[in-house]
Structure formats: structure tokens, C-alpha cells
Design a protein around this ligand. Structure first.
Ligand code: 13P
Ligand code: SF4
Length: 323
């Protein structure tokens, strides 16, 4: 009897705690929406962001969609909830706007796997081969590249280029994926995304046994072995479209688990299972509502790119957007 009473009390306390937490989130979200309005600011969120940030975004998308949106907005301030290279791309394209990265420590380890000097050396080694820089690169690397790409348009970008050889940096997995769809020879750089690399074909086999009929959706940053067992491969927004259109109950999701938040909301009755428990990008999770409030109130964490770098990097992004 005593145990039952204790159990009920614990549940009531948990419920009260949850109600308090929800109220707290709502207050912060309302404050942010008011701040955005007051300052003529727009909030862009990548598909991996925390649910409470996705809920208040003016626009949510994959890297390509966010670049396009940042390029078109009339707002004076862009609050970019994602990682640094994304906010940096927005700053490169919009010198007359203020771009804020709410948590300045939100980086991407893949970006740090290549330097501009590495690219210059590749160009010397493969004279005449154009350099395609994944948007997951620094402004300095974009500045010494010919064109950018995202996971959504990498195949199209590579196939649009003249010549037989193309240098792709820094993601070797994206490069190997593109190689499947082009006759050009891809010169790859050995960078990679740590969370995506964790999923193995063994994970998928085990999950497919547990959930018969499950469909496996992979991101091009996955290893070639994992891509081999995928039913569908696309950018994060491509995944939203695919799961909506596909008639299956179980979906194994081979990308950062933040994407599952909106999938569940938009697809009642379908079940979304992370392909691997390690599919969490700590950098994408660094941004909290408090960071947005603090940075926007104090106009902190503004992204600045030196003008000479910005002009050159802009060319690479423009070349991509022109496609
Ligand atoms: P998407 O462009 O597909 O959203 O991917 C961005 C990213 O960083 C994946 O890890
Ligand atoms: Fe970088 Fe991977 Fe995180 Fe994307 S998921 S931001 S590539 S570490």
C-alpha cells in the first residue's frame, strides 16, 4: 500500500515538473517570437535542431533550402539555428544583414578536417580539375574552391562541370556517393561526419529483423556500406518528403535524430526508428532557447567574414545557387 502511494506521488511530481517545464518553454518561445518581430528578424532552423526551436522557426529546412531562404529574406537580422558553416554561408551572401549564430560553439567537426592549403595543394596535384566544396566547409575553404554543393544537389553540381576529374572536399562519403552517379573521376578528401559514420549495415539488418517491412532511409554522409543497404538516400528534407509519400509503417532513419520530431508530428501512425543510438550531433544540439534570447537581446554572436574572403567564397555559393 505504501509503495503504491509513493508511486502515485512520484507520478504526480513528474507530471507537475513536466507542466512547469512546458510552461517555461512556452514563455521563452513567446519572448523569442516577440523579439524577432520587434527587431525585424527571421529565425531559420536546420532539420536537426531541438523540437522547441523547430516549433518557432520562420523556416525550417536542409542546408540548400536554408541557403536559398537566407538569400531571399527581407529581414534585417537572420538568427541561424544550426551550425557555424550554415550561418557563415548566410553572412557571405548577405553582407547588409546581421547574421547571428545563437550558440557560438556550434561547429561541425567535418569543417575542421580540411584547410585552404590542403585545397590549394590538391589543385596543384590535379591541375585543371574543378573543386567542389561541400557547404560543410569554412569560408576560407569556399574561397579557394570553384563551386559549393549540399547533399541535395551534389550529383547535379558534379555533372554540371566540364572535364573528366572533379575534386570533392571534405566528405569522402558524399564523394563516394556521387561517384555512383557520374562518369567523372572523383578525387576524394578523407573527411567524414562522426555521427553518420556510426551506423553500420549490421544495425540495419538487426532493425529490419525486429521491424519486418521497415524501410531504411540514409543520408549521403553515411558510409558506402551503409548506403548499399539503403532503400532511399537523400538530404534531410528529401527524407521528409520520402517518408510522407511512402506507404510503410516502420522507417529506420539514418540521420541525426532531431529530424524525427517533425516526422512524427506530420505522419500519424508511422513509426520512426533511429538507425543507431549514436546518431546525435552534439553541435546541432548546442543551441537552446536561452541562447536565442541572449544573443538577440544583446546582439551577440554576430558572424563576420573578412571582406576579401567573403567575396571569393560568395562566388562558389553563387555558382551553386545558379544551378
Ligand atoms: P542536409 O543538407 O541534408 O540537411 O545535411 C546537413 C548536415 O550537416 C548533415 O549532417
Ligand atoms: Fe557536421 Fe555531421 Fe553534425 Fe552535420 S551532423 S553538422 S556534418 S557533425
Amino acid at each position: 500500500m505504501f509503495l503504491m502511494k509513493e508511486y502515485l506521488n512520484t507520478n504526480i511530481v513528474d507530471k507537475l515538473n513536466k507542466d512547469d517545464k512546458d510552461r517555461d518553454i512556452k514563455v521563452k518561445q513567446d519572448l523569442i517570437r516577440n523579439l524577432l518581430k520587434e527587431k525585424n528578424a527571421i529565425l531559420l532552423a536546420h532539420n536537426y535542431q531541438r523540437g522547441e526551436i523547430q516549433d518557432i522557426a520562420d523556416f525550417q529546412g536542409d542546408s540548400l533550402e536554408l541557403s536559398i531562404k537566407a538569400n531571399k529574406t527581407d529581414a534585417s537580422i537572420i538568427v541561424f539555428c544550426g551550425v557555424r558553416f550554415m550561418a557563415e554561408s548566410a553572412a557571405i551572401m548577405n553582407p547588409d544583414k546581421i547574421v547571428i549564430l545563437p550558440n557560438k560553439n556550434a561547429g561541425c567537426p567535418m569543417v575542421d578536417m580540411i584547410t585552404p592549403n590542403d585545397i590549394i595543394n590538391l589543385k596543384k596535384d590535379y591541375q585543371g580539375a574543378p573543386v567542389v566544396a561541400y557547404v560543410n566547409t569554412s569560408a576560407e575553404c569556399k574561397a579557394v574552391s570553384d563551386i559549393c554543393c549540399t547533399s541535395a544537389n551534389a550529383v547535379k553540381v558534379v555533372n554540371s562541370l566540364a572535364g573528366e576529374k572533379v575534386i570533392m572536399v571534405p566528405d569522402k562519403n558524399l564523394g563516394s556517393y556521387v561517384q555512383r552517379f557520374t562518369d567523372k573521376e572523383i578525387i576524394n578528401w578523407p573527411g567524414y561526419c562522426p555521427p553518420h559514420r556510426r551506423t553500420t549495415p549490421g544495425d540495419i539488418k538487426a532493425l529490419k529483423e525486429k521491424y519486418p517491412g521497415a524501410v531504411f532511409v540514409a543520408h549521403p554522409e553515411s558510409t558506402p556500406e551503409t548506403i548499399d543497404v539503403a532503400d532511399h538516400v537523400s538530404s534531410t528534407s528529401g527524407m521528409y518528403r520520402y517518408v510522407k509519400e511512402t506507404d510503410a509503417k516502420y522507417f529506420i532513419i539514418g540521420t541525426e535524430r532531431g529530424i524525427i520530431y517533425k516526422m512524427e508530428r506530420e505522419n500519424q501512425g508511422k513509426v520512426f526508428i533511429p538507425a543507431n543510438s549514436g546518431l546525435v550531433c552534439p553541435n546541432m544540439k548546442r543551441t537552446h532557447l536561452e541562447d536565442i534570447i541572449e544573443s538577440l537581446t544583446g546582439m551577440k554572436n554576430i558572424i563576420e567574414v573578412p571582406e576579401d574572403i567573403r567575396i571569393k567564397a560568395r562566388k562558389s555559393i553563387e555558382n551553386m545557387l545558379a544551378l
